[in-house]
Design a protein around this ligand. Sequence first.
Ligand SMILES: Cc1ncc(C[n+]2csc(CCOP(=O)(O)OP(=O)(O)O)c2C)c(N)n1
Ligand code: SF4
Length: 339
Amino acid sequence: MSANSTAGTPAAGVSISLAELRENQPRFQGFVGGHRACVGCGQALAARLVTEAAGPDVAVANATGCLEVFSTAWPDSAWRVPWLHSLFENAGAIASGMEAAFKARGQSTKVLAFAGDGGTFDIGFQSLSGMIERNHNVLYVCYDNEAYMNTGVQRSSSTPHAAATTTSPAGRDRLGKRHMKKDILQIVAAHHMPYAATASVAYPSDLRKKVRRAMEIEGSTFLLVHSPCPLGWRHDGAKSIEVARLAVTTGLVPIIELERGALTGSMPIREQRPVIEYLRAQGRFQHLFADTAEAREELEHIQALADYNIERYGLRGSGNDARDTEGADTVRRGGVRWA
Ligand SMILES: Cc1ncc(C[n+]2csc(CCOP(=O)(O)OP(=O)(O)O)c2C)c(N)n1
Ligand code: SF4
């Protein structure tokens, strides 16, 4: 800090460098290091980004799963905000109760619920649905790593078609999971909820903006964060962001916003990447590169799914779209770019 400043605040008219500013104005950290996540774990990053954007006046209900396990090994905790462990199946109900209690006490503390895809798409779905239907003032964040990772990579209803897991193995009889990934965003949006959006840890500024937007809304909001799992997806932990970005730029993971069910925001893709780039980067899809007619057909099918998303949500970018993170980190809202 320059000599002309006191107590960390620069005197009027004194310029300070960006590095100094960062050092002296640290962001709020609700989730800190020292936890036991695998290297490159997307949900550790998701928890850090969400709590950073949400700020200190929050309380968290966290369903059983990797995040809960790796962040709270007794006697340590990576959380710097009030945190409560719900069961696997009831994060929505616990968050509803917390919100009602804060309201009764006249407190404005916002409740965040965190759960994995197993705890959201499958086992906790009934309590999530009830929470949204009653419109509790809760931001529910599902970190979507597309399988039950904490118990050894079992398939969930979020696992993408053709991915291999321990319960949807690839072999002679079938090429990984036979069923399609459940479209949870459209399902929660069908509850007429005020705000439901997707995000990816590969696009942190977009993710933070969506958290801030959800925090402003009085009522239930839902954020589905695509979060790579190097262990279950079988890629190098150093490649997590690269892999997560390919999920978006291929069109397989559309980044969109729905308000009361209507599409109000989308992340444009200026240069669509072929799905094989995303699939080849992960062990869970390696069986699709066998030299067989079935494997080739699956690859075509997955490419068609990505192309369908792009058409359905109008994701094709134009030359005027900003290009700060390989062309996709700016969201269009109602035809206007959301800065
Ligand atoms: C009712 C119930 N069923 C099963 C379990 C065992 N279990 C604990 S964590 C977990 C997997 C969690 O998967 P997900 O929600 O996708 O989170 P992830 O571990 O992938 O982050 C399972 C099956 C449990 N704790 N409670
Ligand atoms: S298994 Fe996957 S989700 Fe769990 S801590 Fe490791 S990388 Fe993260």
